[in-house]
Write a protein of this length. Structure first.
Length: 296
């Protein structure tokens, strides 16, 4: 007797989580984003906060020191700046002032280019989404003000007061993976981070990681990353077995307005009138007077 049951159609991409392709190895079906370096564009806020704070002590931030600060976390950066710039305060006090001033500047930070479109695409295709942040829960709620609807797309949020060891220790990424009820293996997860210590933490958690560093960061600092991208607009989910995301269409140049036949006739008649007027003026102009002969 034939089987009369209709074939089951895989209508939901959620099968990426439950049934990764056996022939291609496990697909990435969970993504973990770092708030400060892969979601919010805060790469230049700390530089601005440092410069303005140092100016209040009549100090400037040397470029060499700024380059050293690139791969550092905030406490390490504060200690280095305080020492190199010979500030009249201890680095712990400078760190506190830096955090306060940064909070003022970061009250409503912009989203990274391409992140909103990518997160919406992943959410619509049932990719598990988690967010990690170096901010405590209270500060996190302040940072996302005005973007609440976007952050509802994330399944889980892990704040700094919910894990013990900061980056480069892998705690935040290990705990973020445990938040997913399916408890996925690391090779089914992909991290997005913009700091060298974040990349180190993700790699120590055995995750693949997309790095979104400051463009001025030397390439040697991103050697551990699976990919280094300028923006998330350049990210291709298919590289990691996730659903296709169509590229943004190229902006269409505005067509140059074409002159109508009437406009051309008017313009031609205007030129003809000007030519007639010029020739008439030439005809009416009196002949030049001959110079008078000098008296003998």
């Amino acid at each position: 007797m034939g089987n009369n049951k209709a074939p089951i159609k895989a209508t939901s991409p959620r099968c990426l989580r439950c049934c990764p392709s056996p022939c291609c190895g496990p697909c990435v079906s969970y993504c973990i984003f770092d708030l400060e370096s892969a979601v919010f564009d805060t790469r230049h806020i700390y530089q601005r906060a440092c410069r303005e704070l140092l100016a209040s002590y009549n100090r400037t931030l040397p470029e060499a020191v700024l380059m050293q600060c690139g791969p550092m976390e905030t406490p390490e950066m504060a200690e280095l700046i305080c020492r190199k710039c010979s500030l009249p305060i201890v680095w712990e006090q400078f760190l506190m002032q830096l955090n306060e001033h940064t909070c003022e500047l970061i009250a409503n930070p912009p989203l990274m280019e391409g992140v909103e479109r990518l997160v919406q695409h992943l959410h619509c295709n049932c990719i598990g989404l988690a967010l990690i942040t170096s901010s405590k829960r209270s500060l996190f709620c302040q940072k996302i003000r005005g973007h609440e609807e976007f952050f509802e797309l994330f399944d889980h949020v892990l704040c700094a007061d919910e894990y013990n060891q900061p980056k480069p220790q892998p705690d935040c990424y290990l705990l973020a993976m445990e938040l997913f009820c399916e408890r996925p293996p690391p090779d089914c997860c992909l991290a997005f981070d913009g700091t060298t210590k974040g990349v180190q933490a993700a790699r120590d958690a055995r995750l693949q990681v997309i790095m979104l560093p400051d463009p001025e960061l030397p390439c040697c600092y991103s050697e551990l990353a699976t990919q280094r991208l300028q923006t998330l607009k350049d990210f291709d989910p298919e590289d990691f077995g996730m659903p296709y995301l169509a590229p943004l269409p190229e902006p269409t140049p505005e067509p140059t307005p074409r002159s109508s036949r009437v406009e051309k006739r008017v313009f031609t008649s205007q030129l003809e009138e000007e030519e007639v007027r010029d020739s008439t003026l030439d005809e009416e102009a009196p002949p030049p007077e001959e110079p008078a002969e000098e008296a003998a």
